[in-house]
Ligand binder design. Structure first.
Ligand SMILES: CC(C)[C@H](C(=O)O)[C@@H](O)C(=O)O
Ligand code: SF4
Length: 409
Protein backbone atom coordinates (compact mmCIF):
# COMPACT_ATOMS: atom_id res chain seq x y z
CA UNK A 1 0.00 0.00 0.00
CA UNK A 2 1.31 3.42 -0.93
CA UNK A 3 2.32 5.58 2.03
CA UNK A 4 2.64 9.29 2.71
CA UNK A 5 6.09 10.65 3.65
CA UNK A 6 5.11 10.68 7.34
CA UNK A 7 3.90 7.08 7.19
CA UNK A 8 7.17 6.04 5.54
CA UNK A 9 9.33 7.78 8.14
CA UNK A 10 7.30 6.65 11.15
CA UNK A 11 7.20 3.06 9.79
CA UNK A 12 10.99 3.03 9.63
CA UNK A 13 11.22 4.49 13.12
CA UNK A 14 8.66 2.02 14.51
CA UNK A 15 10.36 -0.95 12.85
CA UNK A 16 7.06 -2.05 11.26
CA UNK A 17 4.59 -0.58 8.77
CA UNK A 18 2.24 1.95 10.37
CA UNK A 19 -0.65 3.86 8.86
CA UNK A 20 -2.42 7.13 9.63
CA UNK A 21 -4.56 6.82 12.73
CA UNK A 22 -2.45 4.16 14.42
CA UNK A 23 -0.46 4.87 17.55
CA UNK A 24 3.22 4.06 17.08
CA UNK A 25 6.10 3.93 19.51
CA UNK A 26 9.15 5.11 17.60
CA UNK A 27 12.89 5.57 17.97
CA UNK A 28 13.86 9.22 17.62
CA UNK A 29 16.96 10.26 15.71
CA UNK A 30 17.42 13.66 17.31
CA UNK A 31 16.09 15.61 20.27
CA UNK A 32 16.39 19.39 20.16
CA UNK A 33 15.98 21.70 23.13
CA UNK A 34 16.56 25.44 23.37
CA UNK A 35 17.36 27.94 26.10
CA UNK A 36 13.73 28.78 26.69
CA UNK A 37 12.67 25.33 27.89
CA UNK A 38 15.95 23.53 28.65
CA UNK A 39 15.90 24.48 32.37
CA UNK A 40 12.47 22.89 32.84
CA UNK A 41 13.37 19.86 30.69
CA UNK A 42 16.51 19.25 32.74
CA UNK A 43 14.52 19.59 35.95
CA UNK A 44 11.90 17.07 34.77
CA UNK A 45 14.61 14.65 33.65
CA UNK A 46 16.44 14.82 36.94
CA UNK A 47 13.62 15.21 39.43
CA UNK A 48 10.65 13.43 37.88
CA UNK A 49 12.25 10.79 35.69
CA UNK A 50 15.33 10.25 37.84
CA UNK A 51 17.41 10.33 34.64
CA UNK A 52 20.91 11.58 35.24
CA UNK A 53 22.09 11.17 31.67
CA UNK A 54 20.61 11.66 28.21
CA UNK A 55 20.30 8.44 26.23
CA UNK A 56 22.86 9.49 23.61
CA UNK A 57 24.83 12.75 23.92
CA UNK A 58 25.44 12.73 20.15
CA UNK A 59 21.73 12.82 19.45
CA UNK A 60 20.63 15.61 21.73
CA UNK A 61 21.13 19.13 20.41
CA UNK A 62 20.97 22.22 22.61
CA UNK A 63 20.71 25.73 21.18
CA UNK A 64 20.75 29.11 22.92
CA UNK A 65 18.58 31.13 20.55
CA UNK A 66 15.42 32.51 22.14
CA UNK A 67 16.89 35.17 24.39
CA UNK A 68 20.39 35.33 22.95
CA UNK A 69 22.30 37.18 24.24
CA UNK A 70 20.66 37.12 27.67
CA UNK A 71 18.54 40.17 28.43
CA UNK A 72 18.27 39.80 32.21
CA UNK A 73 20.43 38.55 35.07
CA UNK A 74 17.95 35.75 35.68
CA UNK A 75 18.17 34.60 32.06
CA UNK A 76 21.96 34.76 32.14
CA UNK A 77 21.98 32.55 35.22
CA UNK A 78 19.59 30.01 33.67
CA UNK A 79 21.66 29.85 30.51
CA UNK A 80 24.79 29.17 32.55
CA UNK A 81 23.01 26.28 34.26
CA UNK A 82 22.20 24.86 30.84
CA UNK A 83 25.84 25.27 29.71
CA UNK A 84 27.08 23.35 32.77
CA UNK A 85 24.56 20.56 32.18
CA UNK A 86 25.57 20.32 28.50
CA UNK A 87 29.19 19.87 29.58
CA UNK A 88 28.35 17.24 32.17
CA UNK A 89 26.35 15.31 29.58
CA UNK A 90 29.09 15.47 26.95
CA UNK A 91 26.63 16.91 24.41
CA UNK A 92 28.53 17.81 21.26
CA UNK A 93 25.77 19.54 19.30
CA UNK A 94 25.67 22.63 21.47
CA UNK A 95 25.20 25.97 19.74
CA UNK A 96 25.58 29.05 21.88
CA UNK A 97 24.68 32.75 21.54
CA UNK A 98 25.16 34.07 18.02
CA UNK A 99 25.06 30.76 16.15
CA UNK A 100 21.41 31.35 15.33
CA UNK A 101 17.94 29.83 15.57
CA UNK A 102 17.91 26.10 16.29
CA UNK A 103 16.02 25.16 13.13
CA UNK A 104 18.31 26.58 10.44
CA UNK A 105 21.37 25.81 12.57
CA UNK A 106 20.65 22.07 12.82
CA UNK A 107 20.10 21.95 9.07
CA UNK A 108 23.30 23.90 8.33
CA UNK A 109 25.29 21.68 10.68
CA UNK A 110 24.01 18.60 8.86
CA UNK A 111 22.53 17.29 12.10
CA UNK A 112 19.00 17.28 10.68
CA UNK A 113 18.78 14.91 7.70
CA UNK A 114 16.07 13.52 5.41
CA UNK A 115 14.06 10.61 6.81
CA UNK A 116 14.85 11.36 10.47
CA UNK A 117 12.38 11.64 13.32
CA UNK A 118 13.28 14.86 15.14
CA UNK A 119 11.47 16.12 18.20
CA UNK A 120 12.10 19.56 19.62
CA UNK A 121 11.02 21.71 22.55
CA UNK A 122 9.65 24.17 20.03
CA UNK A 123 6.44 24.23 18.04
CA UNK A 124 8.32 25.24 14.89
CA UNK A 125 10.28 21.97 14.92
CA UNK A 126 8.13 21.18 11.88
CA UNK A 127 10.96 23.18 10.23
CA UNK A 128 13.04 20.03 9.70
CA UNK A 129 10.56 19.01 7.03
CA UNK A 130 12.57 21.34 4.77
CA UNK A 131 14.99 18.44 4.28
CA UNK A 132 12.28 15.77 4.41
CA UNK A 133 12.57 14.92 8.11
CA UNK A 134 9.55 14.29 10.33
CA UNK A 135 10.01 17.18 12.77
CA UNK A 136 7.57 17.85 15.57
CA UNK A 137 7.33 20.08 18.60
CA UNK A 138 6.56 18.73 22.07
CA UNK A 139 6.22 20.02 25.60
CA UNK A 140 8.91 19.77 28.27
CA UNK A 141 7.78 16.43 29.73
CA UNK A 142 7.71 14.65 26.37
CA UNK A 143 11.07 16.12 25.40
CA UNK A 144 12.56 15.08 28.74
CA UNK A 145 11.30 11.55 28.17
CA UNK A 146 12.65 11.42 24.60
CA UNK A 147 16.02 12.81 25.73
CA UNK A 148 16.25 10.22 28.49
CA UNK A 149 15.12 7.18 26.48
CA UNK A 150 15.52 7.92 22.75
CA UNK A 151 11.91 6.93 22.20
CA UNK A 152 8.53 8.60 21.93
CA UNK A 153 5.07 7.88 20.59
CA UNK A 154 2.86 9.44 17.93
CA UNK A 155 -0.58 8.96 16.57
CA UNK A 156 0.50 8.62 12.92
CA UNK A 157 -0.95 11.72 11.28
CA UNK A 158 -3.22 11.95 8.28
CA UNK A 159 -1.70 14.13 5.56
CA UNK A 160 -3.00 17.33 4.02
CA UNK A 161 -1.50 17.94 0.60
CA UNK A 162 -0.75 21.46 -0.61
CA UNK A 163 -0.09 21.12 -4.32
CA UNK A 164 1.49 24.13 -6.04
CA UNK A 165 1.60 24.46 -9.79
CA UNK A 166 3.40 27.03 -11.95
CA UNK A 167 6.06 29.50 -10.86
CA UNK A 168 6.03 32.61 -8.64
CA UNK A 169 5.78 35.97 -10.36
CA UNK A 170 8.42 38.57 -9.40
CA UNK A 171 7.87 39.84 -5.85
CA UNK A 172 5.96 36.69 -4.83
CA UNK A 173 7.63 33.82 -2.96
CA UNK A 174 7.34 30.88 -0.55
CA UNK A 175 5.89 33.06 2.23
CA UNK A 176 2.99 34.03 0.00
CA UNK A 177 2.34 30.35 -0.70
CA UNK A 178 2.43 29.62 3.05
CA UNK A 179 0.01 32.47 3.80
CA UNK A 180 -2.24 31.46 0.90
CA UNK A 181 -2.41 27.93 2.31
CA UNK A 182 -3.24 29.31 5.77
CA UNK A 183 -5.98 31.43 4.22
CA UNK A 184 -7.48 28.30 2.66
CA UNK A 185 -6.95 25.84 5.51
CA UNK A 186 -7.48 28.29 8.40
CA UNK A 187 -5.56 27.99 11.66
CA UNK A 188 -7.10 24.62 12.54
CA UNK A 189 -7.31 23.14 9.03
CA UNK A 190 -4.53 20.63 9.47
CA UNK A 191 -4.85 19.93 13.19
CA UNK A 192 -2.78 16.88 14.06
CA UNK A 193 -2.20 16.18 10.38
CA UNK A 194 1.06 16.39 8.47
CA UNK A 195 1.23 18.87 5.61
CA UNK A 196 3.07 17.81 2.45
CA UNK A 197 4.09 20.64 0.15
CA UNK A 198 4.37 19.46 -3.45
CA UNK A 199 5.38 21.29 -6.62
CA UNK A 200 8.07 23.35 -4.86
CA UNK A 201 11.21 21.39 -5.74
CA UNK A 202 12.69 24.57 -7.29
CA UNK A 203 12.96 26.15 -3.82
CA UNK A 204 16.18 26.17 -1.77
CA UNK A 205 16.33 24.34 1.55
CA UNK A 206 15.78 27.55 3.54
CA UNK A 207 12.91 28.65 1.29
CA UNK A 208 11.38 25.26 2.04
CA UNK A 209 11.82 26.02 5.74
CA UNK A 210 9.37 28.91 5.30
CA UNK A 211 6.72 26.33 4.32
CA UNK A 212 7.77 23.74 6.89
CA UNK A 213 7.74 26.19 9.84
CA UNK A 214 4.40 27.59 8.74
CA UNK A 215 2.81 24.13 8.86
CA UNK A 216 2.33 24.42 12.63
CA UNK A 217 0.30 27.59 12.06
CA UNK A 218 -2.44 25.49 10.46
CA UNK A 219 -2.21 23.06 13.38
CA UNK A 220 0.06 20.46 11.78
CA UNK A 221 2.13 17.86 13.60
CA UNK A 222 4.75 17.94 10.83
CA UNK A 223 5.27 19.74 7.52
CA UNK A 224 7.32 18.07 4.83
CA UNK A 225 8.68 19.01 1.45
CA UNK A 226 9.73 15.92 -0.57
CA UNK A 227 13.55 15.76 -0.31
CA UNK A 228 14.40 16.10 -3.98
CA UNK A 229 16.47 18.85 -5.59
CA UNK A 230 18.50 19.61 -2.43
CA UNK A 231 22.09 18.79 -1.43
CA UNK A 232 20.96 16.51 1.43
CA UNK A 233 20.72 12.90 0.31
CA UNK A 234 17.47 11.13 1.17
CA UNK A 235 17.33 7.42 2.01
CA UNK A 236 16.06 5.47 -0.99
CA UNK A 237 12.90 4.32 0.83
CA UNK A 238 11.72 7.93 1.17
CA UNK A 239 9.82 9.23 -1.86
CA UNK A 240 6.39 10.46 -2.88
CA UNK A 241 4.33 7.38 -3.67
CA UNK A 242 1.56 7.31 -6.23
CA UNK A 243 -1.69 6.39 -4.48
CA UNK A 244 -0.78 7.68 -1.00
CA UNK A 245 -3.93 8.83 0.76
CA UNK A 246 -4.37 12.53 1.54
CA UNK A 247 -7.17 13.70 3.83
CA UNK A 248 -7.44 17.00 1.97
CA UNK A 249 -5.86 18.60 -1.08
CA UNK A 250 -5.33 22.35 -1.47
CA UNK A 251 -4.31 23.56 -4.93
CA UNK A 252 -2.40 26.82 -5.37
CA UNK A 253 -1.60 28.28 -8.79
CA UNK A 254 1.67 30.15 -8.31
CA UNK A 255 1.31 31.90 -11.69
CA UNK A 256 -1.59 33.98 -10.38
CA UNK A 257 -0.60 34.18 -6.70
CA UNK A 258 -0.45 37.76 -5.37
CA UNK A 259 1.55 38.95 -2.34
CA UNK A 260 -0.38 37.86 0.75
CA UNK A 261 -0.70 39.63 4.10
CA UNK A 262 -2.01 38.31 7.42
CA UNK A 263 -3.64 41.15 9.35
CA UNK A 264 -3.88 41.37 13.17
CA UNK A 265 -4.39 39.31 15.19
CA UNK A 266 -4.86 35.88 13.66
CA UNK A 267 -2.51 34.06 11.33
CA UNK A 268 -5.35 33.03 9.01
CA UNK A 269 -6.71 36.56 8.65
CA UNK A 270 -5.08 36.64 5.22
CA UNK A 271 -5.92 38.68 2.14
CA UNK A 272 -4.26 39.76 -1.08
CA UNK A 273 -2.01 42.74 -0.31
CA UNK A 274 -3.88 44.68 -2.98
CA UNK A 275 -7.14 44.39 -1.00
CA UNK A 276 -5.64 45.65 2.24
CA UNK A 277 -5.95 49.42 1.85
CA UNK A 278 -3.26 51.76 3.10
CA UNK A 279 -1.65 50.58 6.36
CA UNK A 280 1.11 52.80 7.75
CA UNK A 281 3.82 51.07 9.78
CA UNK A 282 6.27 52.09 12.50
CA UNK A 283 8.49 49.03 12.38
CA UNK A 284 9.52 46.56 9.71
CA UNK A 285 11.04 43.43 11.21
CA UNK A 286 12.87 40.98 8.95
CA UNK A 287 13.94 37.81 10.70
CA UNK A 288 12.89 34.49 12.32
CA UNK A 289 13.12 30.82 11.41
CA UNK A 290 10.42 31.45 8.82
CA UNK A 291 11.99 34.38 6.94
CA UNK A 292 15.33 35.47 8.37
CA UNK A 293 17.34 33.42 5.89
CA UNK A 294 20.04 34.55 3.50
CA UNK A 295 17.52 34.39 0.65
CA UNK A 296 15.23 36.79 2.54
CA UNK A 297 17.96 39.31 3.27
CA UNK A 298 19.18 39.14 -0.33
CA UNK A 299 15.66 39.64 -1.72
CA UNK A 300 15.16 42.62 0.59
CA UNK A 301 18.55 44.07 -0.37
CA UNK A 302 17.65 43.91 -4.08
CA UNK A 303 14.66 46.15 -3.35
CA UNK A 304 16.44 48.47 -0.91
CA UNK A 305 19.69 48.88 -2.88
CA UNK A 306 20.66 52.54 -3.20
CA UNK A 307 17.49 53.70 -1.42
CA UNK A 308 16.56 54.83 2.09
CA UNK A 309 14.02 53.52 4.56
CA UNK A 310 11.06 55.94 4.83
CA UNK A 311 11.42 58.62 7.54
CA UNK A 312 9.97 57.49 10.85
CA UNK A 313 10.17 53.77 10.01
CA UNK A 314 12.56 51.46 11.89
CA UNK A 315 13.87 48.54 9.88
CA UNK A 316 15.17 45.67 12.03
CA UNK A 317 17.03 42.81 10.39
CA UNK A 318 17.85 39.79 12.55
CA UNK A 319 19.54 37.01 10.57
CA UNK A 320 18.26 33.51 11.31
CA UNK A 321 21.77 32.15 11.65
CA UNK A 322 25.43 33.06 11.64
CA UNK A 323 25.87 31.20 8.34
CA UNK A 324 23.15 33.34 6.77
CA UNK A 325 24.75 36.48 8.20
CA UNK A 326 28.21 35.46 6.98
CA UNK A 327 26.95 34.88 3.47
CA UNK A 328 25.11 38.19 3.55
CA UNK A 329 28.31 39.87 4.77
CA UNK A 330 30.49 38.30 2.12
CA UNK A 331 28.36 39.31 -0.87
CA UNK A 332 27.53 42.82 0.30
CA UNK A 333 23.87 42.12 1.14
CA UNK A 334 24.33 43.28 4.72
CA UNK A 335 26.15 46.44 3.65
CA UNK A 336 23.25 47.27 1.33
CA UNK A 337 20.75 46.81 4.14
CA UNK A 338 22.84 48.92 6.56
CA UNK A 339 23.26 51.66 3.99
CA UNK A 340 19.48 51.74 3.49
CA UNK A 341 19.07 52.35 7.24
CA UNK A 342 18.57 48.88 8.74
CA UNK A 343 19.53 48.00 12.32
CA UNK A 344 21.09 44.54 12.46
CA UNK A 345 20.64 42.19 15.42
CA UNK A 346 22.45 39.10 16.72
CA UNK A 347 21.37 35.95 14.85
CA UNK A 348 18.61 34.26 16.85
CA UNK A 349 14.91 34.60 17.59
CA UNK A 350 15.22 38.32 18.38
CA UNK A 351 11.91 40.04 19.12
CA UNK A 352 9.80 37.24 17.58
CA UNK A 353 8.37 36.27 20.97
CA UNK A 354 8.58 39.76 22.43
CA UNK A 355 11.27 39.06 24.98
CA UNK A 356 14.05 41.41 23.85
CA UNK A 357 15.82 43.14 20.96
CA UNK A 358 13.10 45.39 19.57
CA UNK A 359 9.85 44.57 21.35
CA UNK A 360 6.87 46.63 20.20
CA UNK A 361 5.26 49.39 22.25
CA UNK A 362 1.53 50.17 22.61
CA UNK A 363 -0.08 51.49 19.43
CA UNK A 364 2.82 50.51 17.16
CA UNK A 365 2.25 48.74 13.87
CA UNK A 366 4.80 46.25 12.61
CA UNK A 367 5.23 44.47 9.30
CA UNK A 368 6.77 41.17 10.39
CA UNK A 369 8.27 38.34 8.35
CA UNK A 370 7.61 35.81 11.12
CA UNK A 371 4.79 33.37 11.58
CA UNK A 372 2.61 34.62 14.45
CA UNK A 373 0.70 37.86 14.89
CA UNK A 374 -1.54 37.26 17.88
CA UNK A 375 -1.98 40.01 20.46
CA UNK A 376 1.14 40.56 22.50
CA UNK A 377 3.35 38.29 20.40
CA UNK A 378 6.12 40.87 19.95
CA UNK A 379 5.60 42.87 23.11
CA UNK A 380 2.68 45.15 23.87
CA UNK A 381 -0.81 43.65 23.47
CA UNK A 382 -1.73 47.02 21.97
CA UNK A 383 0.67 46.62 19.04
CA UNK A 384 -0.54 45.49 15.60
CA UNK A 385 1.39 42.85 13.67
CA UNK A 386 0.99 42.16 9.96
CA UNK A 387 2.71 39.07 8.53
CA UNK A 388 4.19 39.06 5.03
CA UNK A 389 7.27 38.10 3.01
CA UNK A 390 10.75 39.65 3.12
CA UNK A 391 10.09 41.34 -0.22
CA UNK A 392 6.91 42.94 1.07
CA UNK A 393 8.89 43.94 4.18
CA UNK A 394 11.50 45.73 2.06
CA UNK A 395 8.88 47.47 -0.08
CA UNK A 396 7.04 48.50 3.08
CA UNK A 397 10.20 49.89 4.68
CA UNK A 398 10.68 52.11 1.62
CA UNK A 399 7.08 53.25 1.33
CA UNK A 400 6.24 53.63 5.03
CA UNK A 401 3.01 51.71 4.46
CA UNK A 402 2.42 48.07 3.47
CA UNK A 403 3.45 47.97 -0.16
CA UNK A 404 3.68 45.54 -3.07
CA UNK A 405 7.31 44.88 -4.14
CA UNK A 406 6.17 45.33 -7.74
CA UNK A 407 5.23 48.94 -7.01
CA UNK A 408 8.63 50.00 -5.70
CA UNK A 409 10.97 48.07 -8.02
C1 LIG B 1 9.45 29.58 23.22
C2 LIG B 1 9.01 28.42 22.38
C3 LIG B 1 8.56 27.31 23.26
C4 LIG B 1 7.99 28.85 21.30
C5 LIG B 1 7.46 27.69 20.46
O1 LIG B 1 7.22 26.57 20.92
O2 LIG B 1 7.22 27.84 19.30
C6 LIG B 1 8.56 29.90 20.37
O3 LIG B 1 9.63 29.43 19.63
C7 LIG B 1 7.48 30.46 19.47
O4 LIG B 1 7.73 30.62 18.27
O5 LIG B 1 6.39 30.76 19.97
S1 SF4 C 1 12.28 32.60 15.41
FE1 SF4 C 1 10.30 32.87 16.39
S2 SF4 C 1 9.02 31.23 15.59
FE2 SF4 C 1 11.15 30.66 15.19
S3 SF4 C 1 11.75 29.41 16.94
FE3 SF4 C 1 12.34 31.53 17.38
S4 SF4 C 1 10.62 32.39 18.54
FE4 SF4 C 1 9.88 30.51 17.55
Amino acid sequence: MAQTLSEQILSQAAGKPVRAGEVATVAVDLVMMHDSLSPSIIKIMEQELGAERVWDPERVAVVVDHVAPAATVQTAEKQNEVRRWVQRQGITHFYDVGRGISHPVLVEEGVAQPGMVIVGSDSHSTAYGCVGAFGSGMGSTDIALAAATGRTWFRVPETVLVRATGRFRPGVNAKDLALRAARELRADGATYAAVEWHGVEFLTVMERMTLATFSIEVGAKAGLVPPVGIPQVAPEWLRVEEGAIYSRVVEVDLNTLQPQVSAPSFVDNVSDLGDLGRVAVDVVYLGTCTNGHYEDMAAAARILAGKQVAPGVRLMVVPASRDAMLRATEDGTLATLLAAGAAIGTPGCGACIGRHMGVLGPGETCLFTGNRNFRGRMGSPEANIYLASAEVAAATALAGYIADPQDVL
